[in-house]
Write a protein that binds this ligand. Structure first.
Ligand code: NAD
Length: 436
């Protein structure tokens, strides 16, 4: 099939690459000239495991092309995906101006019938606004599909290639059949395409993200109580996760959720509820609990180092909002660092992939280094903020040798309490007894 994807970010590039890998011809359109020029030279603008190979392979055989020219994409495709950003507005609502302006431009450029598909996360009811704006700009026929994306950064290619489910929101059977044909090659493991109306499809995306965020907040709240009562949240996690009604996923306690989706989608759903004079109390509680968990971890560190000298320097492992991504948007690691800086603590940090993105966000406020062990030099302690695989089995001997005092605050519960005890480390984690 001939497909166009507009908005070549985390979602758009993965969507385009994977659709091309399945044999479709895909034109990628973005208004960021630098990004498109880079992609034409084979430079992948984000870190996402497996993505580089797919993009380079498909570009070579000309199934994938990159342009800033929307007309080229619209002229040469029958299905156009919108994957542009929908960031939070100051009032918490999702800013869908890019979605609407691209939809209007597509309408003006359409030579004849097109299917326009939204992959961006858009508030319930956006399909009506897109249809309105397109109708106002063309007399040509079109159909609109709401196709929210559920991929996770860090495993986005795998998630796209083998999704748990695909949601297709359109009432029209002929369009459902075309979308089914496009997605069939990703459905070979018995996973399902679920068809529904556009309103329900838009709601499904928000309901999924807010439920997942709520689960994280709930576990973090339990972890806080475990700390007070001397329970071990990791035992509790195993205990409840083995209940098939609960399941094991998304129960890991830590420093709170972050990233480019959960915080903004929670804000948007609360806003939508308010617009309907319907308070989203669970979503509000999850948001509040998340803020508390983020502040609580940083607060514990500030309290610990208070009065222990003027020039406290801490080594930090991890800046990305989670492992296997370079994304630092609303990263809880960054919130924690900002709070530590407010406490007058100096930070020298390392992240395997997020140095550049973090530099763009934090500037000169912290020192970012290229080696995880170099950051330990002259540091009064080590703080772990992202659960990268390479942090899971470190050289404890070197950690102990290099730190001024072997104190580790682990916001991701990476280590067995017995192991750190044996290594001679004073260890503070989340929801577990301290090791001293
Ligand atoms: P992103 O910021 O990485 O990418 C958006 C891209 O759109 C950028 O390259 C930007 O230059 C481009 N763009 C913006 N306006 C444009 C325009 N007018 N014309 C052409 N290009 C334009 O964003 P993302 O993380 O890929 O998210 C995109 C959407 O997908 C959001 O709605 C997000 O909520 C949703 N989503 C994201 C994820 C995720 O894990 N990142 C997962 C599921 C859904």
């Amino acid at each position: 099939m001939k497909v166009c994807v507009v908005g070549i970010g985390y979602v758009g590039l993965v969507t385009a690459g994977c659709l091309a890998e399945a044999g479709n011809h895909v034109i990628c359109v973005d208004n960021d000239e630098k990004k498109i020029e880079g992609l034409k030279k084979g430079i992948i603008p984000i870190y996402e495991p497996g993505l580089g190979e797919i993009v380079q392979r498909n570009e070579k055989v000309k199934r994938l092309e990159f342009t800033t020219d929307l007309k080229r994409g619209v002229d040469n495709s029958s299905i156009i995906f919108l994957a542009v950003g929908t960031p939070s507005s100051p009032d918490g609502s999702a800013d869908i101006s890019s979605v609407l302006s691209v939809a209007a431009d597509i309408a003006k450029l359409m030579p004849d019938y097109r299917i326009v598909v939204t992959k961006s996360t858009v508030p319930v009811g956006t399909h009506k606004k897109v249809a309105e704006v397109m109708s106002a700009n063309t007399s040509k026929p079109f159909d609109y599909v709401s196709n929210p994306e559920f991929l996770k950064e860090g495993s986005a290619v795998e998630d796209f290639m083998s999704p748990d489910r695909i949601i297709i929101g359109t009432p029209k059977d002929s369009v459902r059949q075309i979308m089914k044909q496009l997605y069939n090659s990703f459905m070979r493991k018995g996973n399902r395409i679920i068809f529904m109306d556009s309103t329900s499809a838009e709601m499904t995306k928000y309901a999924a993200n807010v439920m997942l965020a709520t689960r994280i907040s709930f576990m973090n709240e339990i972890a806080g109580l475990c700390e007070k009562m001397g329970a071990d949240v990791e035992s509790v996690r195993m205990g409840i996760g083995s209940d098939s009604r609960i399941g094991r996923a998304f129960l890991f306690p830590g420093i709170g959720y972050g990233g480019s989706c959960f915080p903004k989608d929670i804000r948007a759903l609360i806003y939508t509820g308010n617009q309907q004079k319907y308070e989203m109390k669970m979503a509000m509680a999850a948001q509040e609990a998340n803020k508390i968990s983020q502040e609580r971890f940083a607060g514990r560190i500030c309290d610990y180092f208070k009065g222990k000298g003027k020039d406290i320097i801490l080594a930090v492992w991890g800046l990305a909002f989670k492992a296997k991504t370079d994304d630092v948007r609303e990263s809880p690691a960054v919130s924690c660092i900002n709070k530590l800086l407010e406490c007058g603590i100096k930070i020298q940090a390392y992240d395997p992939e997020a140095s550049e993105t973090a530099k763009a966000l934090l500037g000169e406020k912290i020192e970012i280094m290229d080696d995880g062990y170099d950051v330990l030099d002259n540091a009064d302690g080590l703080i772990i903020l992202t659960e990268w695989q390479e942090f899971r089995n470190p050289d404890f001997e070197t950690i102990v040798k290099k730190l001024k005092k072997p104190v580790v605050f682990d916001g991701r519960n990476l280590y067995d309490l017995d192991v750190v005890k044996k290594a001679g480390i004073e260890y503070h984690s989340v929801g577990r007894p301290a090791v001293k």
